[in-house]
Write a protein that binds this ligand. Structure first.
Ligand code: NDP
Length: 451
């Protein structure tokens, strides 16, 4: 390896942008990680020479395919399906499937890249992948969803397997969609294996999987506060999103004594100054699950609350902000407002919800910041446990899994700490997560040689 191959951070990023034109979310995700990794490997030429970061930022494989299906009116519809297999150095590719109209290659490449570091942080043997489609499940009938899922799996089945690549759910993909896809996989291959996680309990799923991402986010926050000699109890929490992650994060935060005052969806946010309780969160869950309606109707049932159409909740004064909806939902300007309003901690439930500029402001202001790849890793961790249960054909009990989830989140927090503590005592979790996640994957890659 010649020294001319040792590029600096800016040259590295220029290369990523040149090789992946127009993929802005992917550039953003790589930049966020690369800045910390370049610092870490400055005095470790072995990683430079083997071009480790460059290789992690080049997916092993990007599979793209046509998905045809017929709607209820008999029209032929055509969607694009993807699976991005980013890196399998420490285990089979693992990561969710997203069905949303915004899905494109850039978004799935950013998610698969992030997933590689996240999975490494869990301590479980899982590589990073992500997939999905620009199929918009909103307003579709159950039969249309079924036909789409079957058609999607009719191609995907050749690229996945219990030891190759194990997808799960993500935005727009829950137990129903996993069921239709698993049914089709089984039908095509005649094999009953753990090829997907997030399955129903009657057919190979794991207890606690459904709750694990949201609960894990709150456990991570609890650990951050503990390290900072604080507590979650009594904190006012603003949450965005009204899906799986947001509602379970709300449930756990309330259980641990916090006051959750906002939830949101793509139509706007609800502000409930009295705070949500179990019943109110359940109303939101039912509203999204059964009627798939907007959260706007909440104020009809709980008139103390207000609905803010087309807005995000970051202008509401809070101690903790938990973005749990989607990428780039918390901007630099919104970060300034949160800081001005005295926010004490930000913890990412969604993937890459904060822009890089927003993260820089939080870090500069020395505010606790829990990055997604650490904070929301509880979901994939329990998916990893679902894989083990499928392999051994033994189901773990609820208490056992709840304990394991808590323990894994504590370990992830501890793994971050190794590289996170700064000279002035600030714990830079973003840096800690990036470096700890990188190191394990990088060392495995070194062991494999140039492949
Ligand atoms: P769901 O589909 O259950 O919920 C998504 C929520 O986000 C909905 O309330 C949705 O509103 C809202 N939302 C989606 N897109 C937008 C948008 N462009 N603008 C505003 N709101 C939007 O997804 P999950 O809860 O599973 O996932 C949420 C986030 O958490 C994603 O970033 C995902 O990658 C991440 N994540 C999920 C994991 C899991 O286990 N499920 C694991 C780790 C990370 P509406 O209903 O109106 O569309």
């Amino acid at each position: 390896m010649t020294t001319s191959q040792h590029v600096n951070l800016e040259q590295f990023i220029e290369g990523v942008i040149r090789r992946n034109p127009g993929e802005t979310e992917f550039h953003q995700a790589v930049y966020e990680v690369a800045a910390d990794i370049f610092d870490f490997i400055a005095d470790k030429p072995i990683y430079h020479e083997a071009q480790i970061l460059r290789r992690i930022a080049e997916p092993d494989r990007v599979i793209s395919f046509r998905v045809c299906w017929e709607d209820d009116a008999g029209n032929v519809r055509v969607q694009r399906g993807y699976r991005v297999q980013n890196n399998n150095s420490i285990g089979p590719y693992k990561g969710g499937l997203r069905f949303h109209k915004s899905v494109n290659q850039s978004i799935l490449k950013f998610l698969a890249f992030e997933q590689t570091f996240k999975n490494s942080l869990t301590g479980l043997p899982m590589g990073g992948g992500k997939g999905g489609s620009d199929f918009n499940p909103k307003g579709k009938s159950d039969h249309e969803i079924m036909r789409f899922c079957q058609s999607f799996m009719t191609e995907l089945f050749r690229h996945v397997g219990e030891d190759t690549d194990v997808p799960a759910g993500d935005i727009g993909v829950g137990a129903r969609e996993i069921g239709y896809m698993f049914g089709q996989y089984k039908r095509i291959t005649n094999r009953y294996v753990g090829v997907l996680t997030g399955k129903g309990l009657e057919w190979g799923g794991s207890l606690v999987r459904k709750e694990s991402t949201g609960y894990g986010v709150v456990y991570f926050l609890e650990n951050m506060f503990k390290q900072d000699k604080g507590t979650i109890e009594g904190k006012v929490v603003a949450i965005s999103g009204a899906g799986n992650v947001a509602t379970h994060a709300a449930e756990k935060a309330i259980q641990l004594g916090a006051k959750v005052i906002t939830l949101s969806d793509s139509t706007g946010f609800i502000h409930d100054p009295d705070g949500f309780n179990r019943e109110k969160v359940q109303w939101v869950v039912d509203q999204k699950a059964h009627s798939r309606g907007s959260v706007a109707d909440y104020v009809k049932v709980f008139p103390v609350a207000s609905f803010h159409e087309g807005e995000r909740p970051w202008g509401v004064k809070c101690d903790v902000a938990m973005p749990c909806a989607t990428q780039n939902e918390l901007s630099e300007d919104e970060a300034k407002i949160l800081i001005k309003n005295g926010v004490k901690a930000i913890v990412e439930g969604a993937n890459m919800p904060c822009s890089n500029d927003a993260i820089a402001l939080f870090r500069d202001a020395r505010i606790l910041f829990g990055p997604a790849k650490a904070a929301n890793a509880g979901g994939v961790a329990v998916s990893g446990l679902e894989m083990s249960q499928n392999s051994t054909r033994i189901s773990l009990k609820e208490e056992e899994l709840q304990g394991l989830l808590r323990e894994i989140m504590e370990n992830i927090h501890q793994n971050c700490l190794e590289f996170a503590v700064q000279a002035d005592g600030y714990v830079d979790y973003a840096k800690g997560a990036n470096i700890a996640g990188f190191k394990k994957v990088a060392n495995a890659m070194l062991a494999f040689g140039i492949v």
